[in-house]
Design a protein around this ligand. Structure first.
Ligand code: PLP
Length: 421
């Protein structure tokens, strides 16, 4: 095909005619497809249906009846399962409710209302700034925005956030209180942090004594093509003498049922004690029936990993459709670049600067809803208007192929129109 950026005006006009025709043909098909959110397909959640069968044993291994009140921080057997899965000591884990975002919001609220380790509550400070590696997860940014923080975008590299930027900002400004991190198969790029990145996050100097790393390991056991080892931030901080710096979050949302899974927060002993004291005022305990159901279904960490292999087998053909279609239709075109993720839930692409919003508009007009342009940036403002997040899991293979064919036409159409301006 050759790069579009090297074509003459006449060649571009001819390509425009061809692309416009293809686009109109798609419009006539009256598609109604949704690729906007990273939700598992019905066929994936079906894989966990065994969990919904009638329970016959309602007791934990030490005899607690899960149908009744009791146990603030989670039943021992689910703590053991997560401890083995994530290599975190059981004592450092608190099991939460149905989803981890809630735990993240609560952690922020505690910092705002009570502060941590005797430091001034963030809510009483003139200014709170937070480092936001971008593109990133929109709901992290929504938490920060809702609490009135100033979000500072940090460039992403193939090893994680640009650590030169992070170190400089954290060291120079006391108002910089923390950073959002999705360390493995990041949303949306599928990037895995290198050991060097993890070690630098753990050991960097911070002007704020209560600087916090929000370590959201949402895709920690979610390989699609190949697993990748990412260093555990709790260990790295322990080694670096900054053990109170990280809060580690995880959930089974993309393992069992989104919105009906089991979540956890893990941290240093001191942080765990601080969290429990306040959590004790918030709840008598989370849903132990669901915790036990998860243990009875997965059995142990290995059982859960086997389940993830089954899910990866469902997802692999979909990721292949996205990556193969991009390569076939747009490889070498100069109109788009993308990451080849090894796991996670998304494929992140960068179209020509100034074209992302237009691609989303064109796709929508032809019946395919994409994640909004800019959604992956703080304040929903992508300075280049270039990044788009493709979520391949929800549609069927047939629907996804149609959606990707249309997506590529929209990228061509928007790109050609931009060049002809
Ligand atoms: N964190 C990241 C990075 C995510 O991508 C998602 C869901 O898309 C979540 C957290 C949501 O997790 P939960 O359902 O446990 O709140």
């Amino acid at each position: 095909m050759g790069s579009y950026t090297e074509k003459s005006r006449e060649e571009l006009l001819a390509l425009k005619e061809e692309t416009d025709r293809a686009y109109e043909e798609f419009k006539a098909k009256n598609l109604a497809l949704d690729m906007s959110r990273g939700k598992p397909a019905p066929s994936q959640v079906d894989c966990s249906n065994g969990m919904l069968k009638e329970m016959t044993d309602y007791h934990t291994e030490d005899g607690v009846d899960v149908r009744n009140y009791g146990i603030l921080d989670g039943i021992p057997e689910i703590k053991k399962l997560f401890s083995d899965l994530l290599d975190i000591p059981k004592e450092r884990i608190i099991i939460g409710g149905n989803a981890s975002l809630n735990l993240m919001f609560d952690a922020m609220m505690r910092l705002y209302v009570f502060g941590t380790m005797g430091e001034k509550p963030w809510g009483q400070l003139e200014k709170v700034k937070f480092l936001c590696p971008a593109p990133g997860y929109d709901r992290h940014f929504t938490i920060s925005e809702t609490l009135g923080m100033e979000m500072i975008p940090i460039e992403m590299t193939s090893d994680g956030p640009n650590m030169d930027q992070v170190e400089k900002l954290a060291a120079e400004d006391e108002a910089v209180k923390g950073i959002w991190c999705v360390p493995k198969f990041s949303n949306p790029q599928g990037i895995c942090y290198s050991d060097e990145t993890v070690n630098r996050l753990a050991s960097m100097k911070t002007a704020a004594k209560d600087f916090k790393i929000f370590w959201d390991n949402a895709y920690g056991v979610h390989p699609v093509f190949e697993d990748v080892e990412v260093k555990n931030i709790l260990d790295a901080c322990e080694e670096a003498g900054t053990k109170n710096r990280p809060y580690y979050f995880f959930s089974t949302s993309k393992i069992s049922f989104p919105g009906a899974g089991v979540s956890l927060v893990a941290a240093s002993d001191e942080n765990i004690a601080e969290i429990k004291k306040i959590m004790n005022a918030q709840t008598i305990g989370y849903d132990k029936i669901n915790q036990l159901r998860h243990v009875q279904f997965f059995k142990d960490a290995q059982g859960l990993r086997r389940h993830m292999q089954v899910l990866a087998d469902c997802m692999k053909p979909k990721f292949e459709i996205v990556l193969n279609t991009l390569e076939k239709e747009l490889g070498g075109s100069g109109l788009i670049s993308w990451e080849n993720p090894k796991g996670g839930y998304f494929v992140s692409v960068d179209v020509m600067p100034g074209c992302a919003k237009e691609v989303v508009r064109l796709a929508k007009e032809a019946g395919v809803v994409l994640t909004g342009a800019g959604a992956t940036y703080p304040y929903k403002k992508d300075p280049k208007d270039a990044n788009l997040r493709i979520a391949p899991t929800y549609p069927t293979v047939e629907e996804l192929q149609q959606a990707m064919d249309l997506f590529c036409i929209c990228v061509k159409k928007a790109g050609i129109e931009k060049m002809l301006q």
